[in-house]
Design a protein. Structure first.
Length: 179
C-alpha cells in the first residue's frame, strides 16, 4: 500500500534568494520553474528549501535528483521524495499523483493519490510517497505523473531496485500428506 506523507514543504515555503517564490516566479524567470517545467525530480532525501540564487537552487535540485532507488530491506519499502514543476497552472487546487509500472505492457497503474496545493496558481509542489514491496514488487521501471483534469502536467521516470525472493525448489511434506 502506498502511504501518502503529509507534504514536507509547500511551494509557498520554498523561498529562493531575491524573493522568488517557487511556483510564482518573477517576470524574468530563469530558475527551476522554467528549467524543470513539466518534470518531476525524485530523490531519497528531502529537497533543499533555499539557496543563494535561483541558479544555485537549480544546480542543487539537479545534483540531488536521481532515478534509481534501493529498497529499505528492513521495512521492505521505498520512500521517495519529489519536487514537481508543472508545465501549466492546474484549474483547481487538487492534483492527482499517479504511479505507473512501465515494466508491463500495457503500463499498469500501481497507485494514485490526491495532493492539494496551497493556493490557485501554484505551479510547483514538494512532497513524498512510500511504495511497499508487497504491492509493487521489485526491480520495476515506474513513472510518476502529476495530472489535473485528466491532463498530465509533469512526469518523471524512476526505477526501484531490490533483491528478488529466491526459491530453493525444496518442498517439505508431512507423513499425512504423502499417504
Amino acid at each position: 500500500m502506498v502511504r501518502r506523507i503529509v507534504p514536507l514543504l509547500t511551494a509557498l515555503a520554498l523561498l529562493l534568494a531575491g524573493g522568488t517564490v517557487l511556483g510564482k516566479p518573477k517576470a524574468s524567470a530563469s530558475g527551476p520553474e522554467k528549467k524543470f517545467a513539466g518534470k518531476v525530480l525524485l530523490s531519497d532525501k528531502r529537497f533543499p528549501t533555499s539557496a543563494k540564487s535561483p541558479a544555485a537552487y537549480t544546480a542543487a535540485l539537479k545534483k540531488q535528483s536521481k532515478s534509481r532507488f534501493q529498497e529499505d530491506k528492513d521495512k521492505q519499502q521505498w520512500k521517495i521524495h519529489f519536487a514537481a514543476f508543472l508545465k501549466k497552472t492546474p484549474p483547481d487546487i487538487e492534483v492527482k499523483v499517479r504511479i505507473l509500472d512501465m515494466s508491463t505492457r500495457p503500463a499498469t497503474l500501481v497507485t494514485t493519490f490526491e495532493h492539494f496545493l496551497e493556493n490557485r496558481g501554484q505551479r510547483a509542489l514538494v512532497s513524498s510517497f512510500t511504495l511497499e514491496r508487497a504491492q509493487v514488487g521489485v526491480n520495476r521501471n515506474l513513472v510518476v505523473q502529476i495530472e489535473a483534469g485528466g491532463v498530465a502536467l509533469a512526469t518523471g521516470k524512476f526505477a526501484i531496485i531490490g533483491e528478488p525472493e529466491r526459491y530453493t525448489g525444496e518442498v517439505d511434506f508431512t507423513d499425512e500428506q504423502t499417504r
